[in-house]
Structures are given as C-alpha cells and as structure tokens.
Design a protein. Structure first.
Length: 219
C-alpha cells in the first residue's frame, strides 16, 4: 500500500447482522475501518452506542478510526481512545476544549483528529494543528451515508493543506467518495479517503478498494 494514501471504508450502511463477515471482505486491502458513531443529537441519526462500538473495535483486526458525531464529545472521545480505537475523530462544533480532548486521546495511544462540517471554516482552528494528527473535511452534511459529494468543499481542502504546511498531518475527506470523485479530492490535497457506499455497494468490495487506490496512485 502507498504510504501517503489511505483508504478507510465506512461500515455505516453494511449489513449489521453480518458485520464481521462484511468487514472481513475488505480486511486485507484497507488501511483503517471508519466507524461512524452518531447519537441522534449532534446529527439526526443514531448508529452505535458505546458498548456496541467497543465490541466492534475489540473484534476488528483492522485499525479503527472512530468518527464521533456526538454532542458533548470531550470525555466521550477519550473513552473511545481508551477502548482501543487507533484513531479518534471528534467534531470541533461539539467540543468545548479541543486542546485537552486531543491530548487525552493521544495519552491513550490513539491518533487525534478534528472534523469540520461543511459550513465550518478551518482558519478558526489553525492554532490546534500542532496538537492533532489528522483533519477531516466533511464533503457531505454528516448524518447519513450515500449523499452526493460536495465538490465546493475542495477549496477548503486546499486551504487546509496550505495551513498544514510541513506538519505530518493526514488530511481526510468523508462523504460521496467514489471512483468519480476521489481524484478530485486527491488533487485538492487529501490523502485519506472514507468510502462507504462505493465500497460496500460494489459486487466485490475488496476490488473496489483496490480500484479507488489505483485511481489516485499516479498522483
């Protein structure tokens, strides 16, 4: 796998009754699993509570990036780091102390990531870039899978990349990533890609992960 490109399939819309087998289909080709945790408060949808999410994290052989779309996320994010998440992504809009939350995540050995909704500007959070490991730019409104990729977010991706400078921070996009859109995001500066529907709606999810990676491997 290319060291500077990561494909992280989202299990948001997979068959929950056969979750282990669904994950196994892409285990050998994926860099991370993207675990979308929604509380029906911060976003109008509910996915997993902490116990269910912890079970997935503990039973999954692939590193898990827990994307927390929940209210009052400060302590919850640290709990997910303690649970074994390889990476914990929390929304700046739901966090009261970004610096302390990121430090708490890192203290427990996980990567700390901030996520921004489409209307949230990255420039307000430049001061935290030395204390995090990844920035997630949402390319849909968070809450549901299968939405259309917001190409207008590519300017924010470019601006984020410029603000990062030489810092070793990953730049992730999430929402509507497919064979048709991943090149656009890569050209804008993204290096970490969440793909849900495109992967698990494919006849061969593992082959689709490889196709997504191949589509941008020359860039």
């Amino acid at each position: 796998m290319l060291n500077d490109i990561r494909i992280t399939p989202s299990i948001l819309n997979v068959d929950r009754e056969n979750l282990s087998s669904e994950i196994a289909r892409i285990a050998s080709v994926s860099d991370y699993i993207h675990l979308d945790v929604m509380d029906n408060i911060f976003v109008p949808n509910f996915t997993f509570d902490f116990d269910a999410a912890t079970k997935i994290i503990g039973e999954t052989s692939i590193p898990v990036d827990s994307h927390l779309m929940v209210a009052d996320v400060d302590q919850i994010a640290i709990n997910y780091a303690q649970s074994g998440s390889a990476s914990v992504t929390f929304h700046v809009e739901a966090c009261s102390d970004i610096r302390a939350t990121a430090a708490g995540i890192r203290k427990h050995g996980a990567r700390a990531s901030i996520a921004l909704k489409p209307a949230t500007e990255i420039e307000f959070y430049e001061e935290f870039l030395d204390e995090i490991d990844m920035v997630l730019i949402m390319t849909v409104e968070p809450g549901f899978g299968g939405q259309k990729f917001m190409v207008e977010m590519m300017d924010k991706v470019r601006r984020t990349k410029r603000l990062m400078g030489t810092r070793p921070i990953w730049l992730q996009v999430d929402g509507g990533v497919s064979l048709e859109t991943i090149e656009i995001a890569r050209e804008a500066g993204a290096d970490t890609f969440v793909a849900g529907s495109a992967v698990f709606n494919a006849d061969d999810p593992a082959a689709m992960v490889n196709q997504l990676r191949d589509r941008i491997s020359h860039q």
